[in-house]
Design a protein around this ligand. Structure first.
Ligand code: PPS
Length: 336
């Protein structure tokens, strides 16, 4: 039986208009009340994709869907906490001729715009005052652009599937993502619930900010053989960073000396990135810690296997079961 190409399916989605359904379940309400930010005005389920997003997304959806893509863009697409920042810094340096000078003077936030950041912050969030309109920032950025996006495949700009710029997708072991995302909610949203409650929300496929982890991940895994898509994993980056840098450079059509590759690997080492104010969010962290009275941090552990260590054995087993059911028959190898 002939298989329908992912691009044919995408063409059908492109022609469908977006639908929004308000989400109000006991679990989503419990989750909402445990966060001081982001979910305050409620969430919507977006169709197609089933992605759960803040209500504010409705105001941005068309601008993102109709965003003018350039053929020489590189899009860093990920589920949150999979190694986005790490990959952005790697790709930005690869497509900017290893310009370490600029990388150490200009924040990653403006070098590599997070296109949908605008709808994450509510209008009354004081952080908004310091944040420019990131869609405009991306529109005005010179080529080659390195754009960050966490949206699922179905909600990405339509032109990604016609102009076909390079897309680097990075994935990570789901238990490590869960624990890192829990920490992220504490840091950025003042989440006061327990890790167990967060895990319930994460697996309920209805309350955590983005669409179900496995849908986001498997959609890109199924596109891994497309010429313009590269799927890396956090675990591979930890195991052989110079190897992943070389592989990514090849995918991007960039050539460098072995010395340059090794210099980039050193720059991207967790110990270096953790102390690099252009990528480590330390400045925001101080204000957020004060606002939410906690000690959460962005560059937290930078390790593989933290989920297994931090989740109770019962919870880890439930996450494994939940994952197994979803990846059965897909050939997806990075379980973690
Ligand atoms: S976000 O908010 O979605 O953009 O977060 P993201 O950048 O995807 O993920 C943050 C986690 O990545 C870790 N990190 C790194 N690990 C290893 N090496 C380097 N250089 C590196 N840079 C960031 C960061 O510590 C978060 O993981 P946890 O497990 O929470 O430590």
């Amino acid at each position: 039986m002939s298989q329908t190409s992912p691009y044919t399916i995408m063409k059908i989605w492109m022609e469908m208009s977006l639908q929004f359904e308000d989400i109000k379940t006991p679990l989503s309400e419990k989750f909402r009340s445990s966060n001081k930010r982001i979910y305050c005005n409620g969430s919507v389920r977006v169709s197609p994709s089933d992605c759960i997003l803040p209500v504010k997304y409705k105001q941005f959806a068309d601008r993102i869907k109709n965003f003018e893509v350039r053929e020489d863009d590189v899009w860093i697409v990920t589920y949150p906490k999979c190694g986005t920042t790490w990959t952005q810094e790697m790709v930005w340096l690869l497509i900017n001729n290893m310009d370490f000078n600029r990388a150490t003077q200009e924040n990653l936030f403006t070098r590599s715009p997070f296109i949908e950041y605008g709808f994450i912050l509510e209008d009354d969030d004081e952080r908004r005052r310091n944040v420019m309109d990131t869609i405009t920032l991306a529109e005005n950025s010179p080529s080659p652009r390195c754009i960050k996006c966490h949206l699922p495949k179905d909600l990405l700009p339509d032109q990604l599937w016609t102009k076909k710029p390079k897309i680097v997708y990075v994935t990570r072991g789901v238990k490590d993502v869960l624990v890192s995302y829990y920490n992220h909610h504490r840091l950025l949203n003042g989440y006061t619930g327990s890790l167990d409650d967060f895990a319930e929300a994460f697996m309920s496929e209805s309350v955590v900010y983005w669409d179900p982890f496995w849908k986001n991940t498997l959609d890109f895994w199924n596109m891994r053989n497309e010429e313009n898509v590269l799927v890396n994993s956090y675990e591979e980056m930890k195991k052989d960073l110079p190897g992943i840098i070389r592989k990514t450079a090849k995918f991007l059509g960039k050539e460098f000396s072995e010395e340059q590759f090794l210099a980039l690997a050193e720059h991207l080492d967790f110990s270096k990135m953790k102390d690099n104010p252009m990528v480590n969010f330390e400045e925001q962290k101080k204000k957020l810690n004060e606002m939410f009275c906690n000690d959460a941090t962005f560059m937290r552990r930078g390790e593989v296997g933290t989920g297994k260590k931090e989740l109770s054995p019962e919870l880890a087993a439930r996450v494994d079961k939940w994952s197994k059911e979803r990846i059965q028959g897909t050939g997806y190898p990075f379980v973690g």
